[in-house]
Each structure stands twice: as C-alpha cells, then as structure tokens.
Design a protein around this ligand. Structure first.
Ligand SMILES: [Zn+2]
Length: 218
C-alpha cells in the first residue's frame, strides 16, 4: 500500500464557478526573452561541460599512452625501440633456439615496414612545412587568443607570475581548438552564477578557481 497517496483535495471539489483554481505557490514571472536567454545560457553551459569532459578524456588517454592526435617522432621512436628489441630477441632465438617462444624475426621486419611508412609521412610533412606560408593568424591569433606559433613562454622566464588576488587562480594559456593553432589566454574569466568560487573563461569555457569573496572581506 502506498502511504504517500494524497487524499483528494477538499478544495477541488467545491470550486464550481470560482476563478481561483488551487495552484502551487506562484512562480516568478519572466518574459519569453528572459526565458530564451536562460535557455541559451544553459545550452552554453552544457556545451562547455561536454567540451571539458571531452578534453579531459583525451588528456587522460594521452597522459597514459602518448599523443593520439598526430603521428609524430615519439611514435616512430617507440616503433624503433620495438624493432631493436625484436631484432635482438630474433638474434638470440637464432643462436639458441626459440623453444616454446613464437619466433619473432618476422616481426622485426614487419615493424620495419611500418617505420618506413611513418617516416615517409613525417618527412613529407616536414617538406611541406618548408614552403608553408607564414600566417599572421598562426602567431597573433584573434580575440582573446594568440596563435600557437606566437606563444613563447620563455619571455616570462625572468618573472614570478602570481595570481591576481581578486582574480582567477592558475590561469595559464591553453591550446583550445582542434587543430591546436590557437591558444587562449583566458583574459575574461567570469564567475559562475551559482558557484561564486569558480569562474569560466568567456572565450573558451575553461574553468578556474576564483578568490573566495568571503576571504577578501577582512
Ligand atoms: Zn579561455
């Protein structure tokens, strides 16, 4: 038996002819424009959450296994290490027999084929870069971003960077777009409405800790 079932409302029985229906406490009235603004803000929020999760998953993966967004020299080096190990194991097997082991001499050769393909790819990429035009956008960026090629943190080497006591904490530039050509400087971090100790970058949506307003009162 459900103990939460409500007995029929006494008022609903006897409201014939009256204009006042029993209702929940009145909700604050907002205009359709305000409602749309709320929906837009929420959509923006959901988008930023989704993107932050997406980026976090990639960061975790790449922290564990290495970059997945491009074929680079570290992948090539991993393969070369494997090839050398397989070649050494193959040499040992050749000399002393492989007993119950799988014979690996063919793997050393197969990895060599992969290495050939990848190093050709990397060489081609490098060759193309040789004649790639120098784009202002790739250095200077636009809005609150700078181009990745324009990011030179070594010029900050002679400085100790401290957080603005009133501002967001640990704001370091981060790469924001998928091609990694833009770096956000997070110049405009705005407090999150119902979480005043967190702020979100208006440009890229990255979140930062903010100064606790209650700590700054004294
Ligand atoms: Zn940003």
């Amino acid at each position: 038996m459900s103990s939460t079932r409500k007995s029929p409302s006494r008022r609903s029985v006897s409201q014939k002819g009256t204009a006042i229906a029993p209702t929940a406490p009145a909700l604050p009235a907002i205009t359709r424009a305000d409602a749309n603004r709320l929906l837009k803000e929420r959509a923006q929020e959901l988008f930023h959450e989704a993107r932050a999760q997406h980026e976090e998953r990639i960061r975790q993966f790449e922290g564990e296994f290495g970059r997945a967004d491009r074929i680079d020299n570290t992948l090539l080096r991993d393969l070369q290490n494997l090839q050398v190990r397989f070649a050494a194991i193959a040499a040992r097997q050749h000399k002393y027999g492989s007993n119950s082991e799988p014979t690996v001499s063919k793997y050393a050769k197969q990895i060599g084929d992969i290495i050939g393909t990848l190093s050709a790819h990397l060489a081609t990429e490098r060759a193309l870069e040789l004649f790639a035009p120098v784009e202002e956008r790739e250095y200077v960026g636009f809005g609150g971003t700078i181009g990745r090629k324009g990011l030179d943190e070594s010029i900050l080497g002679g400085y100790a960077i401290v957080d603005d006591p009133q501002g967001p904490k640990n704001v370091t530039p981060t790469v924001i777009d998928e091609e990694e050509s833009q770096v956000c400087l997070h110049e405009n971090v705005e407090p999150i409405e119902d979480e005043p100790t967190r702020g979100v970058c208006a440009e890229c949506g990255e979140e930062f800790a903010l100064a606790d307003p209650s700590e700054n009162v004294a």
